[in-house]
Design a protein around this ligand. Structure first.
Ligand code: KG4
Ligand code: ZN
Length: 341
């Protein structure tokens, strides 16, 4: 079965052809970060307009690389939420038009489900049940996954997502967007123990909270600026201190994510974990999660970096199961900004 996947949930236009839910034939991603960079975050209106410009070139390229024509596809899987509504509308409308004109089954995939299924696109694949930690710009949640369509939420963030915290801290320090890769790079030259930023463990709960950490970084930076008797912006902070802030902030995020995953393993008595979503491309998090896996004898599955951030291959991978179980969406499909899994 050859499935065309489409994801336009946020600021990347992506299309991919995947065979039998596991083999990537093509995976094209057109990033918009150059457009949103100067605003320090995503501007939804600009994102939708760019999706409209890019959707056909990106789909066309994915088909060309896979040497497939629309009529040879088994189905079209599209992300219908959660995400930015204007962005989702572009992908959904496009997918519906293709399915209508070529008489193909339409497969409606939840974005989070897509992130979970990104673990099935390479090398060794997790067997069910497993614990799924999804860490992205919009979400930070833990699920118990018992099979396709069998997801039990164990915890989620009560405020900011981990990626959102990276982006906001980067913005307040004047470091640019997206924050994750910039902070990760600066952290490499910093001391993770230099500043004792808080870790919100929320005892007895598998929920997360990162907004206090963001405020702690803001307050610390303000007091440093004040101590230098300047009312200038944080940009005056010397680069060694910025590196220490980045490393200490990252250490706090990584510690909480790994510790909570450990709690979930214990609670559910499951010795398999998948780590997915944009923040899963962070090398410190990947390293610490693998270390924990080794110590606790837990199998850890982390996709390649290009499959952690948003991509359409993961949508096609999940879409395959919708087709297999004959769970076909109608052409009246409407995307939803908030869509629980
Ligand atoms: O999964 P994704 O591409 O989009 C959403 O579904 O949100 O995740 C994007 C998020 C952004 O917040 C970005 O700052 C973060 O992932 N991110 C990272 C890294 N690369 C991207 N965070 C930490 N370290 C990274 N290397
Ligand atoms: Zn995502």
């Amino acid at each position: 079965m050859l499935i065309l996947g489409i994801d336009t949930s946020c600021d990347d236009t992506s299309a991919s052809v995947v065979e039998n839910g596991t083999k990537i034939i093509s995976n094209i991603i057109s990033s918009q970060s150059e457009i949103h960079k100067k605003y320090g975050g995503i501007v939804p209106e600009l994102a939708s307009r760019r999706h409209i410009e890019m959707i056909w070139p990106v789909v066309n390229e994915a088909l060309k690389i896979a040497s497939v024509r629309l009529e040879n596809l088994s189905g079209v899987a599209v992300c219908h939420g959660p995400g930015l509504i204007g962005s989702l509308l572009v992908g959904c409308s496009f997918a519906k038009a293709v399915c209508y004109s070529k008489q193909l089954p339409l497969l409606a995939v939840n974005h989070l489900e897509g992130h979970i299924f990104s673990s099935f696109l390479e090398g060794s694949k997790p067997s069910f049940p497993f614990i799924a930690l999804i860490v992205s710009g919009g979400h930070t949640c833990l699920y118990r996954v018992d099979g396709f369509g069998k997801y039990k939420e164990l915890g989620r963030t009560r405020d900011d997502a981990a990626g959102e915290a990276y982006d906001k801290v980067s913005k307040l320090l004047g470091l640019g967007y997206p924050g994750g890769p910039v902070i990760e790079k600066l952290a490499q030259d910093g001391n993770p123990k230099a500043i004792d930023f808080p870790r919100a463990y929320l005892p007895e709960s598998l929920d997360f909270s990162f907004s206090g950490l963001k405020t702690a970084v803001l307050n610390f930076s303000k007091s440093e600026v004040r101590s230098q008797k300047s009312n200038a912006e944080f940009r005056i902070l010397n680069s060694a201190l910025i590196n220490d802030i980045a490393a200490s902030f990252q250490a706090s995020i990584v510690d909480v994510l790994v510790r909570k995953t450990e709690w979930a393993i214990k609670k559910e008595r499951i010795k398999r974990v998948t780590l997915t979503g944009g923040v899963a491309s962070n090398s410190e998090l990947r390293k610490k999660m693998k270390k924990m896996g080794k110590e606790k004898e837990v199998e850890i599955f982390i996709p390649s970096i290009s499959l952690c951030t948003d991509n359409a291959a993961m949508i096609a991978a999940a879409g395959y199961h919708y087709l297999k179980t004959k769970n076909i969406a109608g052409l009246d499909l409407n995307p939803k900004a908030c869509l629980p899994l």
